[in-house]
Design a protein. Structure first.
Length: 332
C-alpha cells in the first residue's frame, strides 16, 4: 500500500472519529438537559429607552405567556414608562412566538438560555425581570439557574412573577384544545377564512370567552388580497404565526419545571435570594395553598400580592398592577 493512500485512510478515520465524538457530545448535552450556546435563539423585542439615552442601567425586561407576544405589552409598557421615565423597558418575544425564531426544544431551560443571551448581548445591568404565566416560569428558571450554574456575576436584581407557580403538572386541557382548533383553521381550504370573524366563528364552540378568542387570534395571519396574488390566481390560506406542531409536542415540557421541590426533603433546594414579587389573580387557581410552599422555598425573599382578577392580572387590573410593580421596583 502506498504511503499516500495510507495517510488518506488515517485522515479519514480521524475525521470519522471526530464527527462521531461531536455527535455523541451533542446527544450527551441534550440528554443531560444542557443547552449549548449555539442552540439559543436571538429574541425579537420592542423597547422604550429613556430620554437620557440610558439603555442598560436598571432595565425592566418583560416575558409574555403562551400564545402571547411583545405586542400584548405595548400599552402597559407606555404606561410604565410614564411611571418610571428613567428606566429602560424591553418586551421580548419568546422562542416560537411573535417575530422570534421557531426552534426546539420548547423547554424552560431553553427559554432561560435565550433570556440570558439577550441580557448579555445587550450588556444590561441591575435587571428587573417580569414574566407572566409561561414567561413567569421562564423568569423563575432563569433566576434559579444563576445559582445552580454558579453565575454570581449575572446582573439580576429583582424578579416579578405573574400568576404562575414553580410547580410541575399538566397544562389545562384548554391549551391542548386551542392548538387542535388552530390546526383545524390552518387546515381549511383557501378562501374559507378571509377575516378574523370567520376564524372566530370556528373558535367560538370551543371557547366562550371572547377576550380569550381575540387573544388567540392575535397570532392569525390572514390571506393576502394583493393584486399580485390575484393576478397569479394563487389563493393563500390563513396561517398562525406560532409553530403549532412544535407547541403541540411541547405541552408536557410547558407543564414542567426544571427545579424540584419536595416538602418531605429536609435539604435546601436551589434558591434565588433576591427581592421577588409574586402577583396572584384571586379568581385564578394557578397559585394556591398547595404550591405556595414551593415559592417560599425557591424564593425566600418573596412577597405575595393578590388582585381581584383571573389569570391575566395585568390586563384585567392594569392600574392596580402597575402600582404594585412600580412600588416594588422603587422600594426593593
Amino acid at each position: 500500500m502506498s504511503s499516500s493512500l495510507l495517510q488518506h485512510l488515517r485522515r479519514s478515520r480521524q475525521l470519522k472519529c471526530t464527527r462521531n465524538l461531536h455527535q455523541h457530545w451533542r446527544l450527551f448535552s441534550r440528554t443531560h438537559g444542557e443547552i449549548p450556546r449555539h442552540d439559543t435563539v436571538e429574541l425579537s423585542y420592542s423597547s422604550i429607552i429613556p430620554e437620557n439615552g440610558n439603555a442598560t442601567e436598571k432595565p425592566l425586561v418583560i416575558l409574555h405567556g403562551l400564545f402571547g407576544s411583545k405586542r400584548n405589552w405595548g400599552s402597559i409598557c407606555k404606561a410604565l414608562h410614564r411611571d418610571m421615565p428613567d428606566r429602560p423597558l424591553y418586551a421580548l418575544d419568546m422562542r416560537n412566538h411573535g417575530a422570534s425564531p421557531h426552534a426546539s426544544p420548547m423547554t424552560y431551560e431553553a427559554m432561560a438560555a435565550d433570556v440570558r443571551k439577550f441580557i448579555m448581548d445587550k450588556g444590561l445591568k441591575d435587571v428587573a425581570l417580569l414574566g407572566h404565566s409561561m414567561g413567569g416560569k421562564a423568569a423563575m428558571a432563569y433566576a434559579l439557574s444563576l445559582k445552580a450554574n454558579g453565575e454570581t456575576s449575572i446582573p439580576l436584581s429583582q424578579l416579578i412573577v405573574l400568576d404562575v407557580a414553580p410547580s410541575i403538572g399538566s397544562l389545562s386541557s384548554d391549551f391542548i384544545q386551542y392548538i387542535h382548533v388552530m390546526q383545524k383553521i390552518e387546515g381549511l381550504s383557501p378562501g374559507v377564512i378571509k377575516t378574523r370573524t370567520d376564524a372566530d366563528n370556528i373558535l367560538k364552540p370551543y371557547e366562550s370567552d371572547i377576550s380569550i378568542r381575540q387573544f388567540l387570534l392575535t397570532n392569525l395571519k390572514l390571506p393576502s388580497h394583493s393584486k399580485t396574488t390575484q393576478r397569479h390566481g394563487a389563493e393563500e390560506k390563513a396561517k398562525f404565526i406560532v409553530p403549532l406542531g412544535i407547541l403541540s409536542h411541547s405541552m408536557e415540557a410547558l407543564g414542567s419545571f426544571p427545579y424540584r421541590y419536595n416538602p418531605d426533603d429536609q435539604s435546601v433546594p436551589t434558591t434565588w435570594d433576591g427581592p421577588t414579587l409574586v402577583v396572584k389573580g384571586t379568581k385564578s387557581a394557578y397559585i394556591n395553598h398547595k404550591n405556595t410552599p414551593a415559592f417560599r422555598a425557591f424564593f425566600p425573599n418573596m412577597q405575595l400580592e393578590g388582585l381581584d382578577t383571573g389569570h391575566w392580572v395585568h390586563a384585567e387590573k392594569p392600574t392596580e398592577f402597575r402600582k404594585l410593580v412600580v412600588d416594588f421596583l422603587n422600594e426593593s
